[in-house]
Design a protein around this ligand. Structure first.
Ligand code: MLT
Length: 302
């Protein structure tokens, strides 16, 4: 029996791919492999571990250095949840420019017994008047699978897209040639964008604070979105820009205690990949990777 320990709820569609030669559960002792979503994994805590498969793109929850030192293979599922993240980014951006959440909360807060209710509601039309995405420029930092999808969705909304990737992939550049103006520096994206969205992985010392006080000084737009990872956008700079009125809003999937109650920061509970489809796609890909490795020694996305 091959022993697989699950550390989070993993979609049944993925788990069903294991044959009866596998024992798969959260209570497995001395596992050969771990299947995880967001839980922290210290690979040194498991004796005899061969592999960890993350049903997701980022691997910041796994001790990669320790794993490499001991020859434990770490797999991820790049692209499997890209559409879910890209759709959320465009949804949140569209809602922000039309003040949808604030308008709804305001209507719901009204007194249903107010004899002038209709007139009061009418006032909301002016109070929450917004702007349109069409014709605006979306700055995209990072043209991996999510950045490419976001760029396409933005074009379908008749936005202009200007994008930068520190490590451009030829395949993605071809896909995007009619869609995006690709520039050579992050500064060009920042200075041209009305809204800026970041889609690079968090790599300590590399993409850490990639958007910072120095380069964001050139930002003339209104909103910054970070649905990639906390730490890529320097939060001190964001707070300063919000306080000084240089930024209208910061939309993010990563909460910290200080941002929680900030009225110009919209925070979501790391919701990017939380769709039924993405959870299934990630689980299926992660299980296939694990099985290929354990049964045939094939390494994919490691
Ligand atoms: C990922 O790393 O795949 C995304 O951040 C989504 C997630 O972890 O839930």
């Amino acid at each position: 029996m091959r022993k697989i320990k699950t550390l989070n709820n993993i979609s049944k569609k993925g788990l069903d791919l294991f044959s009866d030669k596998y024992e798969v559960s959260d209570s497995v002792e001395s596992p050969e492999a771990i299947l995880v979503r967001s839980a922290q994994v210290d690979t040194d805590s498991f004796e005899g571990l061969l592999a960890v498969a993350r049903a997701g793109a980022g691997v910041n929850n796994i001790t990669i250095d320790k794993a490499s030192a001991k020859g434990v293979c770490v797999f991820n599922t790049p692209g499997a949840n890209a559409n879910a993240v890209a759709e959320l980014v465009m949804t949140v951006l569209g809602m922000a420019v039309r003040h949808v959440s604030e308008a709804e909360a305001w209507v719901k807060s009204l007194d249903p017994n107010d004899p002038a209710l209709e007139k009061t509601i009418e006032k909301g039309k002016k109070m929450f008047s917004g702007t349109e995405l069409a014709g605006k420029t979306l700055g995209v930092v990072g043209l991996g699978k999510i950045g490419v999808l976001v760029s396409n969705y933005a074009r379908w909304k008749n936005m202009k897209v200007v994008a930068y990737d520190p490590y451009p992939s030829a395949a993605n550049m071809h896909k995007l040639s009619n869609v995006v103006t690709v520039v050579k520096t992050i500064d060009e994206v920042i200075s041209q964008a009305d809204y800026l969205t970041v889609h690079v992985p968090f790599i300590k010392g590399v993409t850490e604070n990639m958007l910072n006080e120095k380069n964001l000084a050139a930002f003339k737009g209104s909103l910054i979105l970070n649905f990639a990872r906390g730490g890529i956008v320097n939060m001190e700079t964001v707070y300063k820009m919000l306080d000084e009125g240089k930024l209208a809003g910061y939309l993010t999937d990563f909460a910290d205690a200080r941002s929680l109650k900030h009225e110009k920061i919209s925070i979501f509970p790391h919701l990017g990949a939380s769709t039924e489809e993405a959870e299934e796609n990630c689980a299926v890909m992660a299980v296939e990777e694990l099985k290929d490795y354990l049964e045939f020694g094939v390494v994919r996305n490691s």
